[in-house]
Ligand binder design. Structure first.
Ligand code: ZN
Length: 53
């Protein structure tokens, strides 16, 4: 089993899954990632939150 951990970033405005990235190491203790990213659907930068894929 590969220990890949694909994370998804979901736009907090329209709930679209816009970004995917690989979480390399264990981040169980960390808070959920929240980053400002450009959303094509909203056509602006919005807050994106980590979601379970
Ligand atoms: Zn959006």
């Amino acid at each position: 089993m590969a220990d890949r951990n694909i994370q998804t970033l979901v736009c907090s405005d329209c709930k679209r899954k816009n970004y995917h990235y690989q979480a390399g190491k264990k981040r169980a203790d960390k808070k959920k990632t929240e980053v400002s990213k450009f959303c094509r659907a909203c056509k602006k930068h919005t807050l994106h939150k980590e979601a379970k894929s």
